[in-house]
Design a protein around this ligand. Structure first.
Ligand code: ZN
Ligand code: ZN
Length: 347
């Protein structure tokens, strides 16, 4: 049995998103039915809806930054009850038994995790994301949103928050450490807030000084324009960690020169084209060039708890569902401060 719910979907990669209805399964033993309140718009929603990352499944209901309230639970659910405030991020299932799943790295499930949308679940049914009024998710992939966090500013934490929290923690954003964040967009603004809350000295490296006032308010200690060649001279050998949140092709050699000995340049944004790099820029100074993909379920919960403790949410522009297509254009033009969030009551 299923329930029909309203949603916004892309009918194809060339067509704008439009209002439609989708079917949600009835709750199974370990499922929670979530009344979605807010859904963030992530740049990867646009990449997938427009097939920028390869062939996709249509109709597509994007959205993997979901915040809402539990409306019903299956008979075997132990973690949640009706009325609880919950979130769902980029995945809704995994094999749960491979080495990576058992280590809490479900995002790297060796059999492939099940994406929140543009994927097929273990039951053979396509998954539909957060641009809808309700979603049914296994409790093991449902996160608790602490009381201190408003649901609207919590929604983007489910992707932008964990994508930046995980590498900052792993590579040591902490008191006494210098962290640089490349790009001040949806991911970058969260990275600045989180690295500051972790106690690091934070520098924003942005193309221009256009958002400097914002960056300093968000918690950055310093702000430099990368269009100014002097920046690379002034900051040579400065940072323990550099987190790149941009997908524009960078001169990686130039950025590696900004690291201290043993420093790491970690990428959560990726240019579409392969990069060319002289490896002497890694060898001199024992440097690390790394990547990072979201985080596991336990770490995502840890991130939400950390954000509540430090009173951190995303900076958002709340929109109605009818503005989704316009919002996509603005995201593509980097014209958002700093995350669009859909009020799903307007779907
Ligand atoms: Zn995302
Ligand atoms: Zn697995």
């Amino acid at each position: 049995m299923t329930t029909t719910v309203a949603a916004y979907a892309a009918p194809s990669s060339k067509a704008p998103l439009e209002r439609t209805t989708i079917e949600r399964r009835d709750v199974r033993e370990h499922d929670v039915l979530i009344d979605i309140k807010f859904a963030g718009i992530c740049h990867s929603d646009i990449h997938q809806a427009r097939e920028g990352w390869g062939e996709a499944i249509f109709p597509m209901v994007p959205g993997h930054e979901i915040a809402g309230v539990v409306e019903a639970v299956g008979s075997g659910v132990t973690k949640f009850k009706v009325g609880d405030r919950v979130g769902v991020g980029c995945m809704v299932d995994s094999c749960r038994e491979c080495e990576n799943c058992l280590a809490g790295n479900e995002q790297h499930c060796l059999r492939g995790n099940v994406g929140t949308y543009n994927a097929v679940g273990h039951d053979g049914e396509p998954t539909y994301g957060g641009y809808s009024q309700k979603v049914v998710v296994d409790e093991a992939f449902t996160l608790r949103i602490p009381d201190g966090l408003s649901l609207d500013v919590a929604a983007p934490l489910l992707c932008a928050g964990i994508t930046t929290y995980s590498p900052l923690k792993r590579w040591g954003a902490a008191p006494g450490r210098k962290v640089a964040v490349i790009g001040l967009g949806g991911l970058g603004h969260m990275a600045v807030k989180l690295a500051h809350a972790m106690g690091a000295e934070v520098t924003v490296l942005s193309q221009s000084l256009r958002k400097k006032d914002d960056g300093l308010k968000l918690g950055a200690d310093h702000y430099y324009a990368t269009s100014d060649e002097q920046t690379f001279k002034d900051l040579a050998g400065s940072f323990d960690v550099i987190l790149s949140t941009v997908s524009a092709p960078l001169n990686f050699g130039a950025y590696l020169s900004l690291l201290k000995t043993n420093g790491a340049l970690v990428n959560v944004g990726a240019p579409e084209e392969p990069i060319s790099l002289n490896l002497f820029s890694l060898i001199g100074g024992n440097k690390v060039l790394a990547g990072s993909a979201i985080g596991g379920i336990a770490e995502t919960q840890e991130m939400l708890d950390f954000c509540a403790e430090h009173n951190l949410g995303a900076e958002i522009e709340l929109i109605e569902a009818s503005q989704i297509n316009e919002a996509y254009e603005r995201v593509i033009n980097s014209d958002v401060r700093y995350r669009f969030v859909i009020d799903t009551a307007t779907i």
